[in-house]
Design a protein around this ligand. Structure first.
Ligand SMILES: Nc1nc2c(c(=O)[nH]1)N[C@H]1C(S)=C(S)[C@@H](COP(=O)(O)O)O[C@H]1N2
Ligand SMILES: [Mo]
Length: 170
């Protein structure tokens, strides 16, 4: 093979590789997260919109006992933006509301509103967009819930796509 052909081949590979990278980066950046159900304002959030909210971080240990620092937005802030019954409105029948969180792989978890509201809970549940200073990788992000006080990370749902607020009672 001539040096020229080799050069062309390497350039083509590099081009394809960087195209692949930008396509996967693009799909991460355009992923959206919806907040619907018992809300006054349904939300359609992107990574960019989430970056505009106040950022908080949480240091937690993963299931292997390794410490990580997750950064993102307090879940309560997002629910408040969507007009969910929080704070002084979280009483009476509203205490029977929960949030159902669904991921890209079909995994689902729930939290009751009282578990998320700071007037009840002492922990701050976050919708993380960064881990150890980097955007969450594909398969984990772009959005992941972190619940620092849960002793097991099973509700730290990765690849969150939707959050729906609903009544548990009829
Ligand atoms: N989307 C999604 N999130 C998920 C899971 C899953 O299967 N799908 N598994 C959960 C469980 S059971 C655990 S123990 C943790 C594992 O987190 P890790 O992958 O960071 O170790 O993710 C949680 N989040
Ligand atoms: Mo797990």
């Amino acid at each position: 093979m001539s040096r020229f052909t080799l050069h062309v081949r390497i350039s083509l590979w590099l081009l394809l590789f960087s195209l692949g990278l930008s396509v996967s980066g693009f799909s991460q950046n355009t992923s959206t997260l919806t907040i619907t159900g018992e809300v006054t304002t349904p939300l359609d959030l992107t990574l960019q919109k989430l970056s505009a909210f106040k950022q908080v971080s949480q240091k937690v240990k993963d299931r292997d006992g390794k410490e990580h620092e997750f950064k993102g937005v307090a879940l309560i802030e997002l629910l408040e933006k969507a007009g969910v019954t929080t704070g002084s409105k979280l009483r009476g029948e509203n205490l029977a509301k929960y949030v159902l969180i669904k991921a890209a792989d079909g995994y689902e978890v729930i939290y009751s509103l009282a578990e998320i509201d700071p007037e009840f809970a002492s922990q701050v549940i976050i919708l993380a967009i960064e881990k150890d200073g980097q955007p969450l990788p594909a398969g984990e992000g772009p959005f992941r819930i972190i619940t620092p006080n849960d002793k097991k990370p099973a509700r730290w749902i990765r690849e969150v796509r939707s959050i729906k607020v609903a009544f548990a009672k009829d």
